[in-house]
Design a protein around this ligand. Sequence first.
Ligand code: NI
Length: 211
Amino acid sequence: AVNWPWKPCSKQITALARLPLGIALSLPAMVVILALRDNAPPGRARHSGEALVKSEFSLVNHLGRRVTHKDFAGKWQLVFFGFTYCPDVCPTTLASMGQVIDSLGDAADKVVPLFITVDPQRDTSKALAEYVTAIHPNIIALTGTPEEIKAAAQSFRIYYAKVDKEDAPAGYLMNHSGFIYLMTPKGGYEAVFTEKSDPPAKIAAAIKQRL
Ligand code: NI
């Protein structure tokens, strides 16, 4: 789906690329993120938005195993919400996350890249496995019941919504926030990036600085 502040970045599915940008705009999520950015000077400063975003979930990974945030305690998390049928933002963002992990070298084992679907109806563990293993072997994709996905999205303050679209696969798309969160080894908020404004090298440098 097309997500503020991005323009469609793929013309592969031209019908989808014509989606109006405005419908993807999530005012509540945007306000949270702008607050985070505005109040987040570089370094170790605490900021007001930090308490709003936390990593708490109970989901099923792409290998079909139940996992919670506690399974990732002690690791930094790089977290992105999306869906496998996304024509533009998700594939480019996940590719970028893969490049970030590669840029970390030996430190890559301290960072877990998580991809949480907002489309559990289609994104089963099996569908996610086929999708993410083709992008990067380290990415862990997570799905769950609609209620579990909703709870995870609320924990990260992620917006998503199903949008009917006649010529899309199965007749719908998912609009969703396009933020990449860096979460601390304790599951708290550390930083937020977007694929559009933060190239992989920049995200990797920001992570290395904190390891
Ligand atoms: Ni997407």
